[in-house]
Design a protein around this ligand. Structure first.
Ligand code: NDP
Length: 331
């Protein structure tokens, strides 16, 4: 069992005496900064001068340029997208780090792939919520909590793990902070995202097959995901269990799922998953993505364009009209 830490394991005093800078006031930055402040920490925001900075000011934070915030703080949470973090780190943060500072990431990506290399006189930790930014705030306010992965890459102070646990609890990871590593967090995160991509293409392929079989596009999409029945099934997987939740389906459905479902999980799929995993572990995916950004994101742009040009997008809009009409006529 992965070692897991809870509220009782945290000593918030370890971070309450520090000046905290949250760098980036986006999805994670905004929610984590608000949660840290409500947990009694002294938080400032570092962001470039745009509407996110305005939002941080409106939320009552003292705001600074990224460089200035990094200079003022002795605990820095770097909460900007991974693809820009390296440039921002070397431009605005690296030179500002002092002995005894703590730098905390929400993702292991740049450290694991060697894009960011920090001085050895700081603690380098990771606190990565398994939760989208907005829910990090909502669940903190509702006292529901969420799970985070935590890791220590450099322990200069000898207290880095306790600091990571304290950060995790202060942002609201009260359902548990699971001990991980920068490597594991990166692999899990990328593999999970890429698996989700496979599910999206599979749904699109299924839509095409259903329409070719003479089913109406609208009914097909309702069945596939728009009615949210499938989202409920996945929620039940989390709450009841991947296979245990099947008991809530008819026996015809269960038989179909158990026999036909298995056809998609044979050796070919295992080979595919192993290749995807290998590209992540070897750094092939990371190098490809860095090159793509350097080359002006042409492949990315064309794939986004292609996905949004698929017929499925128009059918979704038609269904929204039907559903909105239904909602209006019901009131
Ligand atoms: P966002 O895209 O929401 O972050 C936006 C923030 O980054 C804004 O403050 C934005 O400022 C700033 N930013 C963007 N580009 C630049 C730039 N070139 N220079 C300076 N600042 C910039 O990111 P997330 O909150 O989604 O992700 C932050 C971290 O959290 C990442 O490491 C991610 O992997 C991790 N994470 C994310 C999760 C999620 O669900 N989203 C879950 C767990 C971890 P502005 O727009 O003002 O430029």
């Amino acid at each position: 069992m992965a070692k897991t830490y809870f509220k009782d394991d945290a000593n918030l005093d370890l971070i309450k005496k520090r000046k905290v800078a949250v760098i980036g006031y986006g999805n994670q930055g905004c929610s984590q900064a608000l949660n840290l402040r409500d947990s009694g920490l002294d938080v400032v925001i570092g962001n470039i001068d745009d509407e996110y900075l305005v939002r941080a000011k409106k939320d009552g934070f003292q705001t600074y340029s990224i460089k200035e915030a990094a200079r003022k703080a002795d605990l820095i949470l770097l909460l900007i997208p991974d693809e820009v973090a390296t440039e921002v780190y070397y431009r605005d943060i690296h030179e500002e780090l002092q002995a005894g500072n703590v730098l905390s990431f929400a993702s292991g990506y740049n450290t694991y792939y060697g894009h960011i290399s920090c001085p050895d006189f700081i603690d380098l930790v990771l606190v990565g919520p398994r939760m989208g930014g907005p829910d990090v705030r909502v669940r903190y306010e509702n006292k529901e909590g969420f799970v985070s992965l935590i890791a220590v890459e450099q322990d200069h102070s000898g207290d880095a793990l306790n600091i990571a646990i304290a950060i995790a609890m202060a942002i609201g990871s009260t359902q548990g902070a699971l001990m991980s590593s920068f490597k594991e967090e990166t692999i899990i995160d990328l593999f999970g995202e890429q698996l989700q991509g496979m599910a999206l293409y599979t749904a699109q392929l299924a839509f095409e097959v259903m329409v070719e079989a003479g089913c109406s596009p609208e009914a097909s999409l309702m069945e596939l995901y728009v009615s949210e029945e499938v989202s409920d099934d996945w929620r039940n997987c989390a709450k009841i269990g991947l296979w245990k939740q099947l008991r809530g389906h008819s026996t015809t459905s269960q038989y179909g799922q158990l026999t036909r479902g298995e056809l998609s999980a044979g050796e070919d799929t295992r080979e595919l998953f192993l290749k995807v995993m290998d590209d992540i572990k070897s750094g092939k995916f990371s190098r490809e993505w860095a090159l793509e950004q350097k080359n002006g994101m042409k492949v990315y742009d064309s794939l986004v364009k292609r996905s949004l040009a698929h017929r499925i997008n128009q059918v979704e809009e038609d269904i929204r009209k039907i559903l909105n009409h239904g909602k209006e006529s019901a009131t």
